[in-house]
Write a protein that binds this ligand. Sequence first.
Ligand code: SF4
Length: 318
Amino acid sequence: MTALIPAPAHDTPAHDSATPPGTSTGTSTGASTGPAGPALPGLRVAPTGLRLAKPAAAVASASTPADRAGGPGGHPAAPRREERRSADELRAVVEEAAPRLADATAQEVATWAAEEFGGWLAVACSMADAVLPHLVARAATARGAATVDVLFLDTGYHFAETLATRELVAARLPVHVVDVVPRLSVAEQDAAHGVDLFARDPGACCRMRKVEPLTEALAGYEAWVTGVRREEAPTRAATAVVTWDAAHGLVKINPLAAWTFDELLAYAAEHDVPLNPLLDDGYPSIGCRPCTSRVAPGADPRSGRWAGLAKTECGIHP
Ligand code: SF4
């Protein structure tokens, strides 16, 4: 398995527990777009909580395709239409593409997504691996004028290995890593709702730290790409490749829906894609540290998530 970053000790303190929302602790750039940040209609700045991996000023100026800066590889940003298409227009795109791409390869789906949505496309990444960002960025940059926004839900509870993988992805791939942060820091949430809310009400914790921030972030896009695979869990067995995401009001694309875990690893090895070292340490599915346990070999890969609870999903994939 390709594990490109060293595995720090697992008892590293939780990330960012005292950092105010909308401020950066990242090493790559760290610009804030908090409540007083730049307001770009339909663009990548949510009302609160988005922390971007590029200077806010650069984002603020990125209102036209020609102005939008590229990633570390120097790729120009993907062009954007002037206006985000309406829900009806996007649903029409789904109706046409869903049957046509149902059995397409992941590469074909990624190429279609890059061409269809350009700069209005976001890739969700938990930083368990960088296969999906690599796949989509490869398709986008092959068009000669594209880079990709990668949304990372920075809950404040991640493993140190996950944060290190996020840094590696930002440094090595032609992507913009957008850190989507909750309205409340961990310390503020502790003060408002009591410490360790995840242990008493993980649904509320996930809603505040994942679901609501992601919903705000996705409002700036026409489509998002996820790494959901059918074999991951029974609840994901019917995952469509292209579908209308009614909960978020945009197109949802799952290029890896038919992939096995071994196929994922094979792609990572072939393309030297960053992998979270925890994958090699008994964590086939990686979420927040308090809610992720090691899994016995051969067990359900997601059985380590909220182990012992009825909860199986955080709510971002309803
Ligand atoms: S996975 Fe756990 S710590 Fe993370 S947001 Fe959900 S309940 Fe909170």
